[in-house]
Design a protein around this ligand. Structure first.
Ligand code: SAM
Length: 241
């Protein structure tokens, strides 16, 4: 009675661990998150080529809304469905994009299982997070020596972003790429020099990847290349790379 949560990396099916591939290949049921009914799951599409024909795939809806109360019903129902399938004796995998520990729907499922389905054993298989995929593609380091790093999700409170950016050497911005332009305009106020390195990517390591690595001064007053939810930006104060 064990559930495997498998991190499936940033998008390239080659960027999965051997353990992840083996578990996906041998799974009888694979659950994966999607934002709404009928929308294909990104996690499922990443690992498609490893899924056996006999494997049942189930997309579970996790709506992109902020109201935690309505979300709780989804977390509860989804955890119940997963737990029921594990109890039936089948080999079950829950997929998540990147790594399960970073802004993943898995966190809510895991908490529900620990609270209300204590008989279900869990193993978490880490995956390559999008921040490491962009660092590899842009050929930059995220931190070295004494440097500090912050990770910021789609945040529209620019004063909060400024304080975070002020305190850190590298800031990684995730989620909705449309807020990156306003962040770029603010970075100077947070102590980022004109020659700070900024890497921006959309769909990194996946089809249609967009990647730009520029100096802060080259981006000021311009419209950035990212408009999608699957966007990531790394801002480095120290322009060593
Ligand atoms: C719900 S979070 C999941 C993060 C994921 N668990 C990870 O380890 O990277 C989704 C966000 O991750 C980032 N992301 C994940 N994969 C990405 C990719 N291939 N390209 C660009 N951004 C990506 C985007 O910021 C996206 O909005």
């Amino acid at each position: 009675m064990k559930l495997f949560c498998v991190g499936c990396g940033p998008g390239d099916p080659e960027l999965l661990t051997v353990r992840a591939v083996n578990l996906i290949k041998s799974a009888e049921v694979i659950f994966a998150p999607t934002a709404r009914e009928g929308k294909p799951s990104i996690a499922l599409s990443v690992v498609e080529k490893y899924i056996d024909r006999s494997t049942k795939t189930v997309s579970l809806v996790f709506p992109m809304v902020k109201d935690r109360e309505s979300l709780k019903d989804y977390w509860k129902r989804n955890a119940e469905e997963i737990a029921g399938t594990v109890r039936s004796g089948k080999s079950v995998v829950y997929l998540t994009v990147g790594d399960p520990a970073l802004y993943s729907t898995w966190i809510y499922i895991h908490r529900e299982l620990k609270r209300n389905h204590k008989d279900v054993e869990v193993e978490v298989v880490p995956g390559i997070a999008s921040m490491f995929a962009i660092a590899a593609k842009a050929q930059i380091s995220l931190a070295e020596g004494e440097e500090t790093v912050a990770v910021v999700p789609a945040c529209y409170d620019m004063e909060r972003v400024r304080r975070t950016a002020n305190a850190c050497d590298t800031v990684i911005f995730l989620k909705d790429g449309r807020y990156f332009d306003s962040v770029i305009e603010m970075l100077g106020l947070a102590g980022f020099p004109d020659d700070a390195t900024i890497a921006i990517a959309q769909d990194v390591s996946d089809e249609g990847e967009i990647l730009e690595v520029k100096k802060l001064s080259e981006l000021l007053g311009k419209k950035g290349p990212t408009e999608k939810y699957f966007s990531i930006m790394v801002a480095k104060k120290n322009a060593r790379d």
